[in-house]
Design a protein around this ligand. Structure first.
Ligand SMILES: *Cc1c(COP(=O)(O)O)cnc(C)c1O
Length: 372
């Protein structure tokens, strides 16, 4: 039996019918840009996270760019980012005219290394930093990062594109961030029917700036106070997210169950499955296993042969990408992010995986290990 890496088509009973009805209503009313659905979405995102305000936008990459611009980051500024993340984090910094400095990761939690971050801060005196909460959890030093940023008046943006539904010490990971972002790309934990994203803001002022930037810097319909761009969310996206919200608890619970199941079963095979640090409840976004880079290709070959989907999130560090050349302003730390790229293997994980699928993944994995 083949098992896909991800299957987005496991809609709940009744979901598709309700969605079709919604599509009809939006089309009839021509509410194609955000509108009441957008306001509703921003309302519950704010209420369930406990932040001051949330602003919807066109995608998760724009969300980071909006946050950077609202933080006053621009031409020539330096921004610290982890060396292991999705390329959008790097790109966002460059797209606002700034230059990234990459910081290596902590192999304990696979997030930016706090000691190296502090070192990078004193070495580069950056204008801002982006902490990425990767894999469905975040840094074990999250409180230290936030305290350090506060003490040093360093704008700390959290790229929480993958962190929807993650809790830290009992509260939403978004709650105590200075500013953080999310992506609603369809394959994320809360996925839209297209591209969408949002910025979580800790003050009304932040949110006002983000909102203006995302709508051509508008202060009135034909009055422009800032140079922004068009990063508005579509009406269909907002409506799809509002409908999906009714099912997210169940979806995340299912993901968590599978994530924990893997961790238990894989431990018995002596495969290291990375676990969220104490204090986190993960959202089950990804399974993360680590292998000897010399052996990983053999395991992958067996998975492929048996139709088991897998991922390598992410196969290379940011600082070594060809596109980084000419833009990267520095690189702090060692080779952990590069090693991760060669060691990481992600097994299928999505909402409503069947027990039979999990069993199949495990039985193929056993074959792969025996063939090593
Ligand atoms: C998905 C993702 C993004 C970008 O989001 P888009 O909606 O695809 O633009 C940024 N950062 C991280 C860590 C992501 O996983």
């Amino acid at each position: 039996m083949a098992v896909p890496f991800i299957d987005l088509q496991r809609f709940e009973e009744g979901f598709l019918d309700r969605w079709m009805e919604k599509c009809h209503e939006i089309t009839r009313n021509t509410r194609f840009i955000s509108g009441p659905e957008g306001t509703k979405l921003e309302g519950w995102l704010r209420d369930e996270s406990g932040v001051a305000e949330v602003v919807g936008c066109a995608n998760g990459t724009d969300a980071i760019q909006l946050a950077l611009r609202a933080a006053g980051v621009g031409a020539g500024d330096l921004v610290l980012i982890p060396d292991a993340t999705f390329w959008a984090t790097f790109e966002a910094v460059v797209n606002v005219g700034a230059r990234p400095v990459t910081v290596d990761i902590d192999l304990e939690d696979l997030q930016m290394d706090f000691e190296l971050f502090r070192k990078a801060y004193s070495q580069y005196k950056p204008k801002a930093a982006i902490l990425v909460n990767l894999y469905g959890w975040g840094s074990r030093k999250l409180d230290d990062y936030r305290a350090f940023a506060r003490e040093n008046k360093l704008p700390l943006i959290e790229d929480s594109a993958q962190a929807y539904g993650v809790t830290w010490k009992g509260a939403s990971i978004y709650r105590d961030a200075w500013m953080s972002t999310v992506s609603f790309y369809p394959a994320k934990v809360l996925g839209s029917c297209g591209d969408a994203g949002a910025v979580y803001c800790s003050s009304k002022e932040q949110a006002d700036t983000v909102r203006k930037l995302s709508n051509h810097g508008r202060t009135s319909h034909y009055g422009y106070g800032l140079i922004g761009w068009n990063s508005r969310m579509g009406g269909f996206d907002a409506a799809f997210l509002n409908l999906s919200h009714e099912y997210t608890e169940e979806r995340i619970a299912s993901r968590r169950r599978s994530a924990e199941w893997y961790r238990r079963e894989l431990a018995a095979l002596d495969i290291r499955t990375v676990a969220p640090p104490t204090g986190y409840v993960e959202n089950g976004y990804l399974n993360v296993t680590l292998h000897d880079p010399a052996v990983r290709p053999q395991i992958e070959a067996v998975l492929k042969e048996h139709g088991i989907g897998f991922g390598n999130v992410y196969p290379g560090s940011m600082s070594t990408q060809p596109g980084a050349e000419g833009f990267i302003a520095g690189r702090v730390g060692g080779e952990n992010a590069d090693w991760l790229g060669r060691a990481v293997l992600n097994l299928p994980l999505f909402a409503y995986m069947k027990d039979s699928e999990l069993d199949e993944v495990m039985s193929v994995l056993k074959k792969a290990l025996a063939a090593r």
